[in-house]
Design a protein around this ligand. Structure first.
Ligand code: PEP
Ligand code: MG
Length: 577
């Protein structure tokens, strides 16, 4: 019987293949008693920790040299967790209390995971996952259990796992054609990695126990569906669907060198969202217009110290230099809420999404902002850099950020360092207050970029990470559209630019409305660039203004969806399924 599973698509694609169900190492009994000398056991533990740490640091450096920042940081952060004195001290204490070395690791790890989970913060929950991951590595080392190694897979496979550790996925070779996970969310590290590696992935399926090792499965990471228990006929149909998808991708690939424009000739700039320097070559290959959003907070994550000015400068400069004339919009650190950074001890807050985060931290701890601004301004001397402040909610806040910018410039002049005096400055429109006061804000900056992910969350008062209010969280809600229209109007009146860089920009239903509202710049993740270019070419801008006007006047997101669906030809939708 065909079994259907649904989850969250975090990296698009369609694939039929053999499932490899990754069995995790059995849980180590935390009650196992130590046989032998505790002193020797403690020495064995510290020795193994040291060797494993050396290896992980080496792997991290290898990835850093290859410009693979996410992978490098993950290994570095896990190495820091491994050698953390509180962690190793707790293992030692357990050994001295009479438990075996692996049991002591399991006990210490479980205690710390509990502490992290009790804080009820999604990012700390991810840290608990990392700790579990690194503890298992250590236990494997101690017990001689072989690592789950995906680097020498000989056959094409779709990985099926309850909760695959990122450090295992990182090593996967190109035989891995897909990933299905019971756990995970859009923001989990493993999801970010899968998208970075271009592996179609559906996570958060709830239970993958029904998929058997060696079974053929159809992973549709466009719709977020997985079929297993397929008949020959189903396999044939699924393969046809994959083939069609491949043909679509081949056709899309021919758009790499083209300039995206609507049928009536309006040029729409398509930029990319990045988290590190590793995608720079691909941006050029895909013919994107540059970087519309550099989420620099990833440079602050998983480390105990802040990235210094020179470290940041080297990263921003390398992107700006390679992209030459294409613009690179550097968003200042957007840490907080779901994005924790170990170097900033933010503590627990009742409502972190409404709390001390992003620009709020930066104008309080101005040395952090100044360092970053100095690095970005200096990078501007080698390319086309723009700077953007996130989460702006009030004009005072913007003015404080701008005064730190002036300070950074004064300091660079004093230090005699080359930088771009005329670096364009923008803000993200992510709060309803910023959208409402858009006309005032635009007088003080050069551009806006609409962060629809947060704008939707704050307009509808619905946590973007909370599945229970997902029914409410919808960027097509007319209230959100109204705020976007207001923002776009404020900019169009004064010859400045407005882009959209949230997930909404790659939603085929939202795209025609945005263009109809006068948006001419959008920024999406790299895998969506070509499809978005294609869709733009199928749109007629004159018809879209009317469509956008109608959409804003509707009552619900569902009505907006129906309107757009019925207003565009099948040819448009054929590209989206
Ligand atoms: C947004 O809020 O839409 C956005 C692009 O920022 P982030 O998703 O990083 O919060
Ligand atoms: Mg945001």
């Amino acid at each position: 019987m065909v079994m259907l599973l649904r989850g969250i698509s975090v990296s698009v694609g369609k694939v039929v293949g053999k499932a490899i169900v990754l069995q995790d190492m059995p849980e180590y009994s935390p009650e196992e008693k130590l046989q032998g000398d505790p002193e020797q056991a403690v020495r064995q533990m510290y020795g193994t920790v040291e060797n494993l740490n050396d290896e992980m640091v080496l792997v991290s450096e290898k990835y850093a040299q290859a410009g693979k920042k996410v992978k490098a940081e993950m290994f570095r952060m896990q190495a820091v967790m491994l050698t953390d004195k509180i962690f190793t001290g707790s293992i030692e204490q357990n050994i001295r209390a009479g438990y075996s070395v692996p049991a002591s690791v399991a006990r210490a790890s479980s205690e710390q995971q509990k502490a992290l989970l009790s804080l009820n913060n999604p990012m700390l929950m991810e840290r608990a996952q990392d700790l579990k991951d690194v503890s298992k590595r250590l236990i494997r080392r101690l017990t001689g259990y072989s690592d789950m190694d995906l680097s020498d897979l000989q056959e094409e496979a779709i990985l099926v796992s309850d909760d695959l550790p990122p450090s295992v996925l990182i090593n996967a070779n190109d035989m891995v054609k897909g990933l299905i996970m019971a756990k995970g969310s859009q923001t989990s590290h493993v999801a970010i990695l899968a998208a970075n590696m271009g592996i179609p992935a559906v996570v958060g399926c709830g239970d993958v126990g029904g998929i058997k090792d060696g079974q053929t499965v159809f992973l549709n990471a466009v719709s977020g569906e997985i079929q297993s228990g397929l008949t020959e006929e189903c396999i044939r149909k699924a393969m046809e669907e994959c083939e069609k998808n491949r043909e679509k991708c081949d056709l899309l690939n021919t758009l790499r060198g083209t300039v995206p424009a609507t049928r009536d000739g309006t040029k729409i700039n398509v930029f990319t969202n990045i988290i590190d320097a590793s995608m720079t070559d691909k941006i050029i290959e895909y013919g994107a217009d540059g970087v519309g959003l550099f989420r620099t907070e990833f440079l602050y994550m998983n480390r105990k110290t802040f990235p210094g000015e020179d470290e940041q400068f080297a990263i921003y400069q390398s992107v700006a230099k390679k992209l030459a004339n294409r613009s690179v919009t550097i968003r200042t650190m957007d840490v907080g809420a779901d994005k924790a950074a170990d170097c900033l001890d933010l503590g627990h807050e009742a409502n972190p999404a409404l709390g001390y985060r992003a620009i709020r931290i930066c104008i309080d701890r101005t040395e952090i902002l100044k360092t970053q601004l100095c690095a970005a301004l200096r990078a501007g001397a080698s390319g086309n850099v723009k700077i953007m402040f996130p989460m702006i909610a009030s004009v005072d806040e913007l003015e404080r950020a701008l005064s730190v910018l002036e300070e950074a410039k004064r300091e660079l002049r004093k230090r005699n360092l080359p930088f771009q005096e005329e670096t364009p400055i923008g803000i993200m429109i992510e709060t309803p207050s910023a959208a409402i006061l858009a006309q005032k804000f635009i007088q003080k900056v050069d551009f806006f970029s609409i962060g629809s992910n947060d704008l939707t969350q704050y307009t509808l008062a619905a946590d973007r990470l909370n599945g229970k209010v997902a029914y409410l969280y919808d960027h097509l809600n007319p209230a959100v559209l109204w705020l976007i229209q207001r923002t776009s109007d404020a900019v169009n009146g004064c010859n400045k630019t407005c882009s959209v860089c949230g997930e909404m920009a790659r939603d085929p239903t939202a795209l025609p409305i945005l263009i109809g509202m006068g948006i001419k710049n959008i920024s999406v993740n790299l895998p969506s660039v070509l499809l978005v270019k294609k869709l733009i070419g199928l749109l007629d801008r004159d018809l879209l203004s009317e469509l956008a006007e109608k959409a804003v006047c509707l009552d619900t997101a569902a009505q907006v969806r129906d309107l757009v669906r019925s207003s565009l030809p099948d040819q448009y939708w054929d590209w989206c399924s």
